[in-house]
Design a protein around this ligand. Sequence first.
Ligand code: OGA
Ligand code: MN
Length: 292
Amino acid sequence: MTLALKPLHPLFVAEASGVDVSQPLNDEDRKAINAAMNEYAVLVWRGLNLSGEQQIAFSESFGPLDIGLKRVFKRQERLSDERLIDISNVDLHGEVNQRDSPKNLSSFANQLWHSDSSFMSPKAAYSMLHALIIPAEGGNTEFTDLRAAYDALSPELQREVEGLSAEHFALHTRQLLGDDAYTDEQKKAIAPAIWPLVQTHPGSGRKLLFVGVHAHRIIDWPVAEARIFLLDLLEHATQAPFVYAHQWQVGDLLMWDNRSTLHRGRRYNLSERRELRRTTLNDTPKANLAAF
Ligand code: OGA
Ligand code: MN
């Protein structure tokens, strides 16, 4: 079968079917998926039941995977393979976390608009997130289209942001959430990454506005002025017409391009179990992102 796509939003996002992502991908299918990602930036696969190994195999067919902050925090993890990122409110014993558990901090940080690993270099290309258990209500994941956000800037603002670069820092979201319990060693272990505010997406040739909550300053700008401008740009980029809200079903696999979108989780009842599993692709020349 060949890849079939059904648009789910006027600007981006399509439901994908017709390719069995539980089996090794051939070159042709991988290229078709890359072409779809260049156009839609978010793909939704429904009704899957992937093992961790299958999710890793599918993800690795696009290139080496990113383990993100695990490199720094070296906490004990629930999922044994470090390539699987545990997006859940579940502790090491399989119980739902206490409300004040430090692990819930990552879930709260995920509720701020971000691009995965933009605080690192290389940052993330695609992320794949598979839903295993979802709460009865809430817990949607929202996406915004940074290409559309760039296109909708006034010509004056497009000129103003061109040539500016922002520094993205891993612990900025934690500090925003009132968590500063990091040693100097940990703070220094994650060198910030610097990215231009305006980028050209290599697969589509489209310009995009690369903002998000990891960006905490603009190079050569006073900090306060930069933060206000970054907040303004983020507000612009996340206006309702650019946003798709995904209501999860068990078995969904979402695949998004962190280079052209932002996302955030939404609130849900923390005493209900929510378990998703993420794999994330490093944006390096080793990634297989070619569409032809
Ligand atoms: C992620 C993320 C949001 C959510 O997995 O990268 O930000 O809704 N998740 O769980
Ligand atoms: Mn994320």
